[in-house]
Design a protein. Structure first.
Length: 144
């Protein structure tokens, strides 16, 4: 069998040396039908078309989103948490008045403790009462 030295490209129709064609296992001569230059152009064109189509799809998806999601979508990972979504700090400051009152009663069950601890408990109890009064006032004003 004679070795092929030249092959004609299917796109540019030029006869080029066989080394200008990429290898392909499914063809009879073992080389792709397009020369490397035409193949590179075709791949680039297809890539641009795929990117353009992907961008159009993304634009259509964003158009269908509610307004809040549209604004949040591009920088979702960079946005800081809102106060309502922020994690609650563990400790007396981040807990509810009922939890604080329960903790105070548990500490008092331990018996006598230092004056500084007693002052801290009294301070927390005062904050709890103030918070409860604020919650009750808000509740009654909301129903006016």
């Amino acid at each position: 069998m004679a070795r092929i030295k030249k092959k004609t490209c299917k796109v540019c129709h030029e006869a080029k040396p066989i080394t200008e064609f990429r290898r392909h296992y499914k063809t009879a001569d073992g080389r792709f039908g397009l020369c490397s230059a035409c193949l590179i152009k075709r791949i680039a064109r297809n890539r641009r078309a795929a990117r353009r189509k992907e961008a159009e799809t993304k634009k259509a998806e964003v158009k269908e989103m509610p307004v809040g999601e549209q604004a949040r979508e591009p920088e979702a990972a960079e946005w800081p948490l809102k106060e309502a979504e922020a994690p609650v700090e563990h400790g007396m400051e981040g807990s509810s008045p009922a939890i604080q009152e329960h903790l105070i009663s548990e500490v008092e069950k331990l018996g006598d403790f230092s004056p500084t601890m007693k002052a801290l408990v009294d301070e927390i109890r005062h904050k709890v009462v103030q918070e409860m009064v604020g919650v009750i006032e808000c509740h009654f004003h909301a129903h006016d």
